[in-house]
Design a protein around this ligand. Structure first.
Ligand code: BGC
Length: 255
């Protein structure tokens, strides 16, 4: 059972109560978040967050998500379907990797099927940065080549062409500098270790390296650590709100 202290609630403004309603779950390396979205993808319940246990294998994750969903007030509209953002490689609802949860027990685990069984509603699961990207591009862009990176426990990435999600690539684990990957250089562990100034310098360099590699028309930066960027971003780079990680849930049910 999560202690009262470890549960955070983000209030939302009064949205339209029009369904179908989607239970959005954002699985992070540090926090598990839940909210219910209306037909437009607006959160109709406050965003609830509990801590992710360290090394969280599938069965423990399922019970934690049950605990989290049980915190949604009974007055909230009943949900018709479930959308999940997962911090690893996902194909057809099955997990391939889960670097920040401990990959081994997750390999080939059919998370979509397990959650569908647990909650009794249809469920779709994709990579967390792909999900956040769908919301970012859906709300702010949709033209040209757009890239999304998320800065948090890990480093998420997604790519879009004219609003269409391209095959998922794991920039997180690609070499960046000094024999370390993007995630090793920019993830939360390193941010705490090297401090604000050096971390920001690295973020700036990563933006320019990704620009040369992808030639993006626009780069969106999300995730809990995006707000820790302290330099002026170029005009083709912008910070997106972290709540998009929930709101993206609606796009999994759109054609
Ligand atoms: C994972 C990515 C994920 C990112 C953010 C990385 O460690 O490999 O798939 O998107 O963390 O959660």
């Amino acid at each position: 059972m999560a202690s009262k202290k470890s549960i955070t609630k983000t209030p939302v403004k009064k949205p339209a109560l029009i369904g179908p309603f989607t239970l959005a779950l954002d699985i992070g390396g540090t926090g598990l978040k839940a909210s219910i979205l209306n037909s437009k993808g607006t959160m109709v319940t406050e965003r609830l967050r509990i801590l992710t246990p360290e090394n969280c294998p599938p069965q423990l994750m399922l019970s934690k998500l049950k605990e989290l969903v049980a915190l949604i007030p009974p007055t909230a509209p009943a949900y018709d379907r479930i959308s999940v953002g997962f911090p690893g490689v996902v194909r057809d609802g099955k997990i391939y990797t889960a670097h920040n949860l401990g990959t081994k027990p997750w390999v080939n685990f059919d998370l979509a099927k397990a959650l569908q069984k647990q909650f009794g509603k249809p469920c779709r699961v994709i990579n967390d940065a792909d999900l956040q990207g769908l919301a970012a591009v859906g709300q702010f862009g949709g033209k040209g080549v757009e890239m999304v990176i998320t800065l948090g426990t890990g480093l998420g990435s997604s790519l879009f062409e004219n609003g269409r999600l391209l095959p998922h690539m794991e920039f997180a684990h690609h070499p960046f500098r000094n024999n370390e990957t993007y995630e090793e250089q920019l993830g939360e562990v390193k941010r705490e270790e090297v401090g604000k100034k050096r971390w920001n310098k690295r973020v700036r360099l990563a933006i320019e390296t990704l620009r040369e590699l992808i030639n993006f028309d626009h780069l969106y930066i999300g995730g809990g650590n995006a707000e820790k960027i302290n330099f002026k971003l170029p005009p083709d780079v912008s910070i997106i709100p972290n709540t998009l990680g929930m709101m993206g849930g609606i796009y999994l049910w759109r054609d």
